[in-house]
Design a binder for this molecule. Structure first.
Ligand SMILES: Cc1ncc(COP(=O)(O)O)c(C=O)c1O
Length: 423
Protein backbone atom coordinates (compact mmCIF):
# COMPACT_ATOMS: atom_id res chain seq x y z
CA UNK A 1 0.00 0.00 0.00
CA UNK A 2 2.79 2.44 0.94
CA UNK A 3 4.65 1.62 -2.32
CA UNK A 4 1.71 3.08 -4.29
CA UNK A 5 2.20 6.36 -2.51
CA UNK A 6 5.93 6.50 -3.32
CA UNK A 7 5.53 5.45 -6.97
CA UNK A 8 2.71 7.85 -7.59
CA UNK A 9 4.24 9.65 -10.59
CA UNK A 10 4.62 6.49 -12.69
CA UNK A 11 1.20 5.08 -12.02
CA UNK A 12 -0.89 5.48 -15.22
CA UNK A 13 -3.98 3.91 -13.70
CA UNK A 14 -4.74 6.90 -11.50
CA UNK A 15 -7.68 9.12 -12.48
CA UNK A 16 -7.03 12.81 -13.40
CA UNK A 17 -8.53 13.88 -10.05
CA UNK A 18 -5.61 12.19 -8.25
CA UNK A 19 -3.00 14.20 -10.22
CA UNK A 20 -1.79 17.39 -8.62
CA UNK A 21 -0.21 20.55 -10.03
CA UNK A 22 3.54 20.97 -9.55
CA UNK A 23 3.25 23.36 -6.62
CA UNK A 24 1.45 20.68 -4.61
CA UNK A 25 3.25 17.72 -6.12
CA UNK A 26 6.54 19.13 -4.84
CA UNK A 27 5.23 19.33 -1.29
CA UNK A 28 3.70 15.87 -1.41
CA UNK A 29 6.99 14.46 -2.74
CA UNK A 30 8.80 16.05 0.18
CA UNK A 31 6.51 14.13 2.48
CA UNK A 32 6.28 10.76 0.71
CA UNK A 33 9.69 10.55 -0.91
CA UNK A 34 12.07 12.56 1.26
CA UNK A 35 10.52 11.99 4.63
CA UNK A 36 8.58 8.76 4.55
CA UNK A 37 10.67 6.78 2.07
CA UNK A 38 14.03 8.39 2.88
CA UNK A 39 14.02 9.25 6.55
CA UNK A 40 11.58 6.61 7.78
CA UNK A 41 12.86 3.84 5.46
CA UNK A 42 9.46 3.31 3.84
CA UNK A 43 7.64 2.89 7.14
CA UNK A 44 5.30 5.27 8.94
CA UNK A 45 6.83 6.75 12.07
CA UNK A 46 3.48 6.98 13.84
CA UNK A 47 1.76 3.83 12.64
CA UNK A 48 3.05 0.45 13.70
CA UNK A 49 1.15 -2.70 14.55
CA UNK A 50 -2.32 -2.65 16.07
CA UNK A 51 -2.20 -3.24 19.83
CA UNK A 52 -3.57 -6.61 20.93
CA UNK A 53 -6.14 -6.82 23.73
CA UNK A 54 -3.43 -7.54 26.26
CA UNK A 55 -1.17 -4.67 25.13
CA UNK A 56 -0.49 -1.79 27.51
CA UNK A 57 -1.77 1.33 25.83
CA UNK A 58 -0.36 4.71 26.79
CA UNK A 59 -1.50 6.68 23.74
CA UNK A 60 -4.83 7.96 24.97
CA UNK A 61 -5.45 11.16 26.90
CA UNK A 62 -8.30 9.52 28.77
CA UNK A 63 -6.30 10.14 31.94
CA UNK A 64 -9.08 9.24 34.36
CA UNK A 65 -10.08 6.13 32.37
CA UNK A 66 -13.64 7.23 31.70
CA UNK A 67 -14.14 5.94 28.15
CA UNK A 68 -16.99 3.41 28.20
CA UNK A 69 -18.04 4.38 31.74
CA UNK A 70 -21.55 2.85 31.95
CA UNK A 71 -23.17 5.94 33.48
CA UNK A 72 -21.79 8.15 30.73
CA UNK A 73 -22.99 5.77 28.02
CA UNK A 74 -26.40 5.61 29.70
CA UNK A 75 -26.69 9.40 29.84
CA UNK A 76 -26.04 9.58 26.09
CA UNK A 77 -28.53 6.87 25.26
CA UNK A 78 -31.23 8.56 27.35
CA UNK A 79 -30.56 11.91 25.64
CA UNK A 80 -30.73 10.33 22.17
CA UNK A 81 -33.97 8.58 23.03
CA UNK A 82 -35.50 11.80 24.36
CA UNK A 83 -34.25 14.07 21.58
CA UNK A 84 -37.58 15.56 20.61
CA UNK A 85 -36.76 19.04 19.42
CA UNK A 86 -33.05 19.09 18.85
CA UNK A 87 -31.96 22.04 16.73
CA UNK A 88 -28.69 21.68 14.83
CA UNK A 89 -27.11 25.12 14.56
CA UNK A 90 -24.15 27.35 15.35
CA UNK A 91 -23.54 28.53 18.90
CA UNK A 92 -24.28 32.11 17.93
CA UNK A 93 -28.00 31.30 17.58
CA UNK A 94 -28.38 29.62 20.97
CA UNK A 95 -30.39 31.39 23.63
CA UNK A 96 -32.82 30.65 26.38
CA UNK A 97 -32.61 27.52 28.45
CA UNK A 98 -30.96 24.56 26.79
CA UNK A 99 -28.56 21.73 27.75
CA UNK A 100 -25.56 23.55 26.27
CA UNK A 101 -26.07 26.72 28.37
CA UNK A 102 -26.79 24.68 31.50
CA UNK A 103 -23.54 22.72 31.10
CA UNK A 104 -21.58 25.87 30.28
CA UNK A 105 -22.79 27.45 33.51
CA UNK A 106 -21.94 24.33 35.52
CA UNK A 107 -18.41 24.28 34.16
CA UNK A 108 -17.97 28.00 34.81
CA UNK A 109 -19.03 27.65 38.44
CA UNK A 110 -16.84 24.57 38.88
CA UNK A 111 -13.76 26.48 37.73
CA UNK A 112 -14.60 29.81 39.41
CA UNK A 113 -15.69 31.79 36.33
CA UNK A 114 -18.85 33.74 35.53
CA UNK A 115 -19.48 32.11 32.16
CA UNK A 116 -18.48 29.26 29.91
CA UNK A 117 -18.68 28.77 26.16
CA UNK A 118 -18.70 25.25 24.75
CA UNK A 119 -17.03 24.79 21.41
CA UNK A 120 -16.52 21.99 18.95
CA UNK A 121 -12.95 21.26 20.11
CA UNK A 122 -10.09 22.64 22.12
CA UNK A 123 -8.58 23.75 18.83
CA UNK A 124 -11.68 25.78 17.91
CA UNK A 125 -11.82 27.25 21.43
CA UNK A 126 -8.25 28.58 21.22
CA UNK A 127 -8.47 29.83 17.65
CA UNK A 128 -11.82 31.52 18.29
CA UNK A 129 -10.68 33.10 21.52
CA UNK A 130 -7.56 34.70 20.09
CA UNK A 131 -9.53 35.90 17.07
CA UNK A 132 -11.89 37.62 19.48
CA UNK A 133 -9.10 39.16 21.60
CA UNK A 134 -6.30 40.20 19.34
CA UNK A 135 -6.03 41.93 16.00
CA UNK A 136 -3.27 43.23 13.77
CA UNK A 137 -0.35 44.68 15.73
CA UNK A 138 -1.55 43.40 19.11
CA UNK A 139 1.44 41.64 20.70
CA UNK A 140 0.72 38.09 21.79
CA UNK A 141 3.30 36.61 24.19
CA UNK A 142 3.33 32.90 23.77
CA UNK A 143 5.42 30.19 25.41
CA UNK A 144 7.51 28.51 22.69
CA UNK A 145 5.96 25.14 23.61
CA UNK A 146 2.36 26.39 23.74
CA UNK A 147 -0.13 24.26 21.84
CA UNK A 148 -0.36 24.65 18.05
CA UNK A 149 -3.97 25.84 18.30
CA UNK A 150 -2.87 28.91 20.28
CA UNK A 151 -0.30 29.70 17.57
CA UNK A 152 -2.97 29.13 14.93
CA UNK A 153 -5.21 31.62 16.74
CA UNK A 154 -2.47 34.26 16.67
CA UNK A 155 -1.94 33.71 12.95
CA UNK A 156 -5.62 33.76 12.07
CA UNK A 157 -6.12 36.93 14.13
CA UNK A 158 -3.23 38.59 12.23
CA UNK A 159 -1.72 39.52 15.61
CA UNK A 160 2.03 39.67 16.27
CA UNK A 161 3.49 36.66 18.12
CA UNK A 162 6.38 37.11 20.53
CA UNK A 163 7.62 33.71 21.67
CA UNK A 164 9.30 33.49 25.05
CA UNK A 165 11.47 30.69 26.39
CA UNK A 166 9.62 27.74 27.86
CA UNK A 167 8.39 28.43 31.41
CA UNK A 168 10.66 31.49 31.70
CA UNK A 169 8.88 34.44 33.39
CA UNK A 170 12.04 36.57 33.22
CA UNK A 171 12.22 36.23 29.46
CA UNK A 172 8.51 37.05 29.29
CA UNK A 173 9.17 40.17 31.38
CA UNK A 174 11.90 41.32 28.98
CA UNK A 175 9.64 40.78 25.97
CA UNK A 176 6.72 42.62 27.56
CA UNK A 177 8.96 45.51 28.58
CA UNK A 178 10.04 45.82 24.95
CA UNK A 179 6.72 45.38 23.13
CA UNK A 180 4.15 46.53 25.71
CA UNK A 181 0.64 45.55 26.73
CA UNK A 182 -0.83 42.50 24.97
CA UNK A 183 -2.05 38.96 25.48
CA UNK A 184 -0.20 36.17 27.33
CA UNK A 185 -0.84 32.58 26.15
CA UNK A 186 0.40 29.56 28.08
CA UNK A 187 -0.57 25.95 28.69
CA UNK A 188 -0.89 24.85 32.32
CA UNK A 189 0.54 21.38 31.59
CA UNK A 190 2.50 21.08 28.34
CA UNK A 191 1.23 18.41 25.99
CA UNK A 192 4.55 17.09 24.68
CA UNK A 193 6.84 17.68 27.66
CA UNK A 194 4.50 17.15 30.61
CA UNK A 195 6.01 20.22 32.27
CA UNK A 196 3.86 22.53 34.41
CA UNK A 197 3.78 26.30 33.88
CA UNK A 198 4.91 28.54 36.78
CA UNK A 199 1.49 30.19 36.61
CA UNK A 200 1.80 32.49 39.62
CA UNK A 201 5.02 34.06 38.33
CA UNK A 202 3.71 34.38 34.77
CA UNK A 203 0.51 36.04 36.00
CA UNK A 204 2.57 38.50 38.09
CA UNK A 205 4.51 39.53 34.97
CA UNK A 206 1.42 39.86 32.77
CA UNK A 207 -0.29 42.01 35.40
CA UNK A 208 2.73 44.29 35.58
CA UNK A 209 2.13 45.13 31.90
CA UNK A 210 -1.65 45.18 32.23
CA UNK A 211 -2.02 42.32 29.76
CA UNK A 212 -4.73 39.75 29.16
CA UNK A 213 -4.00 36.19 30.24
CA UNK A 214 -5.09 32.91 28.59
CA UNK A 215 -4.29 29.58 30.23
CA UNK A 216 -4.98 26.40 28.25
CA UNK A 217 -5.93 23.79 30.86
CA UNK A 218 -6.46 20.89 28.44
CA UNK A 219 -4.13 18.63 30.42
CA UNK A 220 -5.05 19.77 33.92
CA UNK A 221 -8.84 20.16 33.87
CA UNK A 222 -10.26 17.09 35.58
CA UNK A 223 -6.83 15.85 36.67
CA UNK A 224 -5.62 18.73 38.85
CA UNK A 225 -7.35 20.62 41.65
CA UNK A 226 -9.10 19.18 44.68
CA UNK A 227 -12.03 17.82 42.65
CA UNK A 228 -10.59 18.31 39.18
CA UNK A 229 -11.31 22.02 38.75
CA UNK A 230 -7.87 22.66 37.23
CA UNK A 231 -4.68 24.42 38.21
CA UNK A 232 -5.87 28.00 37.82
CA UNK A 233 -8.61 27.46 40.39
CA UNK A 234 -6.40 25.32 42.60
CA UNK A 235 -3.82 28.11 42.76
CA UNK A 236 -6.52 30.72 43.44
CA UNK A 237 -5.74 32.52 40.16
CA UNK A 238 -9.24 32.43 38.68
CA UNK A 239 -9.87 36.08 39.50
CA UNK A 240 -6.62 37.13 37.84
CA UNK A 241 -6.52 34.88 34.76
CA UNK A 242 -9.00 36.35 32.25
CA UNK A 243 -9.58 33.21 30.20
CA UNK A 244 -9.19 29.50 30.72
CA UNK A 245 -9.55 27.25 27.68
CA UNK A 246 -9.54 23.48 27.50
CA UNK A 247 -9.97 20.55 25.20
CA UNK A 248 -12.58 18.22 26.65
CA UNK A 249 -10.96 15.38 24.67
CA UNK A 250 -8.53 14.62 27.50
CA UNK A 251 -9.78 13.88 31.04
CA UNK A 252 -13.38 14.44 29.86
CA UNK A 253 -12.80 11.84 27.11
CA UNK A 254 -15.26 13.56 24.74
CA UNK A 255 -15.13 15.69 21.58
CA UNK A 256 -15.46 19.31 22.66
CA UNK A 257 -13.66 22.36 23.96
CA UNK A 258 -14.51 25.16 26.35
CA UNK A 259 -13.66 28.80 27.07
CA UNK A 260 -14.22 30.11 30.60
CA UNK A 261 -14.59 33.87 30.85
CA UNK A 262 -16.71 36.75 32.14
CA UNK A 263 -20.44 37.02 31.45
CA UNK A 264 -19.97 40.16 29.36
CA UNK A 265 -17.29 38.59 27.21
CA UNK A 266 -19.43 35.55 26.39
CA UNK A 267 -21.96 37.21 24.12
CA UNK A 268 -19.26 39.29 22.44
CA UNK A 269 -17.31 36.06 21.74
CA UNK A 270 -20.31 34.26 20.30
CA UNK A 271 -20.88 37.07 17.82
CA UNK A 272 -17.18 37.57 16.99
CA UNK A 273 -15.22 34.31 17.03
CA UNK A 274 -15.53 32.59 13.67
CA UNK A 275 -15.89 29.01 14.97
CA UNK A 276 -18.88 30.14 17.06
CA UNK A 277 -20.53 31.73 14.03
CA UNK A 278 -19.58 29.49 11.12
CA UNK A 279 -19.53 26.02 12.66
CA UNK A 280 -22.33 24.15 14.36
CA UNK A 281 -22.54 23.52 18.07
CA UNK A 282 -22.62 20.27 20.02
CA UNK A 283 -25.62 17.94 20.04
CA UNK A 284 -27.66 17.26 23.15
CA UNK A 285 -26.44 13.69 23.66
CA UNK A 286 -22.83 14.92 23.54
CA UNK A 287 -23.65 17.49 26.20
CA UNK A 288 -25.43 14.84 28.28
CA UNK A 289 -22.23 12.77 28.23
CA UNK A 290 -20.17 15.78 29.31
CA UNK A 291 -22.59 16.59 32.10
CA UNK A 292 -22.43 13.04 33.49
CA UNK A 293 -18.64 13.04 33.09
CA UNK A 294 -18.44 16.16 35.22
CA UNK A 295 -20.46 14.39 37.97
CA UNK A 296 -17.93 11.56 37.96
CA UNK A 297 -14.89 13.82 37.78
CA UNK A 298 -16.10 15.80 40.80
CA UNK A 299 -16.99 12.71 42.82
CA UNK A 300 -14.18 10.25 42.03
CA UNK A 301 -11.18 11.73 43.80
CA UNK A 302 -9.64 8.26 43.81
CA UNK A 303 -9.10 8.49 40.04
CA UNK A 304 -6.92 11.59 40.46
CA UNK A 305 -5.06 10.03 43.39
CA UNK A 306 -4.35 6.92 41.38
CA UNK A 307 -3.30 8.90 38.33
CA UNK A 308 -0.83 10.92 40.38
CA UNK A 309 0.52 7.82 42.07
CA UNK A 310 0.95 5.99 38.75
CA UNK A 311 2.61 8.98 37.08
CA UNK A 312 5.01 9.57 39.97
CA UNK A 313 5.97 5.88 40.06
CA UNK A 314 6.67 5.67 36.32
CA UNK A 315 8.59 8.95 36.18
CA UNK A 316 10.84 7.76 38.98
CA UNK A 317 11.38 4.28 37.57
CA UNK A 318 12.13 5.53 34.06
CA UNK A 319 14.53 8.07 35.43
CA UNK A 320 16.29 5.35 37.45
CA UNK A 321 16.70 3.41 34.21
CA UNK A 322 18.56 6.37 32.70
CA UNK A 323 15.75 7.89 30.61
CA UNK A 324 15.80 11.66 30.86
CA UNK A 325 12.21 12.42 31.85
CA UNK A 326 13.10 15.32 34.10
CA UNK A 327 10.97 17.86 32.24
CA UNK A 328 7.84 15.89 33.14
CA UNK A 329 5.96 16.91 36.27
CA UNK A 330 2.68 15.30 35.34
CA UNK A 331 0.89 12.33 33.77
CA UNK A 332 2.58 13.07 30.43
CA UNK A 333 5.99 11.40 30.18
CA UNK A 334 8.05 12.04 27.04
CA UNK A 335 10.73 9.56 25.98
CA UNK A 336 12.83 11.75 23.70
CA UNK A 337 14.91 9.71 21.25
CA UNK A 338 15.79 12.78 19.16
CA UNK A 339 16.04 12.17 15.40
CA UNK A 340 13.05 10.52 13.74
CA UNK A 341 14.90 7.33 12.79
CA UNK A 342 15.66 6.72 16.47
CA UNK A 343 12.09 7.43 17.52
CA UNK A 344 10.82 4.94 14.95
CA UNK A 345 13.13 2.26 16.35
CA UNK A 346 11.98 3.11 19.87
CA UNK A 347 8.31 2.78 18.94
CA UNK A 348 8.94 -0.54 17.19
CA UNK A 349 10.90 -2.02 20.08
CA UNK A 350 8.25 -0.94 22.58
CA UNK A 351 5.47 -2.38 20.42
CA UNK A 352 7.30 -5.69 20.00
CA UNK A 353 7.14 -5.95 23.78
CA UNK A 354 3.47 -4.95 23.96
CA UNK A 355 3.80 -1.34 25.19
CA UNK A 356 2.26 1.39 23.04
CA UNK A 357 2.90 5.15 23.26
CA UNK A 358 2.22 8.01 20.85
CA UNK A 359 4.93 9.31 18.53
CA UNK A 360 5.36 13.07 18.45
CA UNK A 361 7.55 14.52 15.70
CA UNK A 362 7.70 17.67 13.55
CA UNK A 363 5.61 19.79 13.43
CA UNK A 364 4.57 18.81 16.97
CA UNK A 365 8.21 18.90 18.15
CA UNK A 366 11.40 20.49 16.79
CA UNK A 367 12.81 18.30 13.97
CA UNK A 368 15.54 16.57 15.96
CA UNK A 369 13.59 16.26 19.19
CA UNK A 370 10.98 13.67 18.29
CA UNK A 371 9.71 11.44 21.06
CA UNK A 372 7.31 8.76 22.18
CA UNK A 373 4.82 10.20 24.62
CA UNK A 374 3.52 8.00 27.41
CA UNK A 375 0.16 9.20 28.72
CA UNK A 376 -0.38 7.64 32.12
CA UNK A 377 -3.92 6.80 33.20
CA UNK A 378 -5.74 5.95 36.41
CA UNK A 379 -6.62 2.38 35.38
CA UNK A 380 -3.03 1.15 35.04
CA UNK A 381 -2.45 -1.71 37.44
CA UNK A 382 0.72 -2.42 39.42
CA UNK A 383 1.61 -5.45 37.23
CA UNK A 384 1.14 -3.30 34.12
CA UNK A 385 3.40 -0.58 35.47
CA UNK A 386 6.05 -3.11 36.43
CA UNK A 387 5.79 -4.52 32.91
CA UNK A 388 6.31 -1.06 31.41
CA UNK A 389 9.42 -0.62 33.55
CA UNK A 390 10.68 -4.09 32.61
CA UNK A 391 10.18 -3.40 28.89
CA UNK A 392 11.84 -0.01 29.00
CA UNK A 393 14.77 -1.61 30.81
CA UNK A 394 15.07 -4.48 28.34
CA UNK A 395 15.06 -2.28 25.24
CA UNK A 396 17.21 0.64 26.37
CA UNK A 397 20.44 -0.73 24.81
CA UNK A 398 18.76 -1.85 21.59
CA UNK A 399 17.18 1.56 21.03
CA UNK A 400 20.47 3.33 21.74
CA UNK A 401 19.18 5.20 24.77
CA UNK A 402 22.63 5.95 26.17
CA UNK A 403 23.62 7.97 23.11
CA UNK A 404 20.38 9.94 22.66
CA UNK A 405 21.00 13.70 23.03
CA UNK A 406 18.37 13.85 25.80
CA UNK A 407 20.24 11.16 27.79
CA UNK A 408 23.62 12.81 27.27
CA UNK A 409 22.14 16.15 28.31
CA UNK A 410 20.65 14.54 31.40
CA UNK A 411 24.08 13.21 32.36
CA UNK A 412 23.08 9.54 32.73
CA UNK A 413 25.93 7.07 32.22
CA UNK A 414 25.65 3.48 31.00
CA UNK A 415 26.12 1.17 33.98
CA UNK A 416 28.71 -1.61 34.02
CA UNK A 417 27.88 -4.70 31.91
CA UNK A 418 27.12 -6.86 34.96
CA UNK A 419 24.30 -4.54 36.04
CA UNK A 420 22.89 -4.33 32.52
CA UNK A 421 22.70 -8.11 32.39
CA UNK A 422 20.07 -8.04 35.14
CA UNK A 423 17.56 -6.58 32.70
C1 LIG B 1 -2.89 21.88 25.13
C2 LIG B 1 -3.89 21.54 24.06
N1 LIG B 1 -4.75 22.49 23.68
C3 LIG B 1 -5.67 22.24 22.71
C4 LIG B 1 -5.75 21.02 22.09
C5 LIG B 1 -6.76 20.77 21.00
O1 LIG B 1 -7.77 19.99 21.51
P1 LIG B 1 -8.83 19.21 20.63
O2 LIG B 1 -8.25 17.89 20.33
O3 LIG B 1 -10.05 19.15 21.48
O4 LIG B 1 -9.06 20.06 19.42
C6 LIG B 1 -4.89 19.99 22.48
C7 LIG B 1 -4.95 18.67 21.84
O5 LIG B 1 -4.01 18.07 21.46
C8 LIG B 1 -3.92 20.26 23.50
O6 LIG B 1 -3.03 19.32 23.89
Amino acid sequence: MLANLFEFRNNPSLPPSARMPDFLQRRMDEFYVDRMQGLWGGKHIMHGVQPSNSAIQLMSNDYLSLVNHPQILQAQIAALQNASNEVVMSGVFMHGENPVSAFEQRMATFCGYQAGILSQSGYAANVGLIQALAEKNVPVYIDMHAHASLWEGVMSAGATPHAFRHNDPEHLDRQMRQYGQGVLCVDSVYSTLGSIAPLEDLVDVAEKYDSLIIVDESHSLGTHGVHGEGLVRQLGLHERVHFVTASLAKAFAARAGIVLCSERFKEYFRCTARPAIFSSSLLNHEVAALDKTLDIIQADDWRRDKLFHNARFLRQQLSDLGYNVRCSQSQIIPIEAGVEQDTLVLREKMEEQGVFGAVFCAPATPKKRSLVRLSVNAALTVPQMLEIVRVMGVIRDDVGMWRWPSTVKGGAQAPARAVLANW
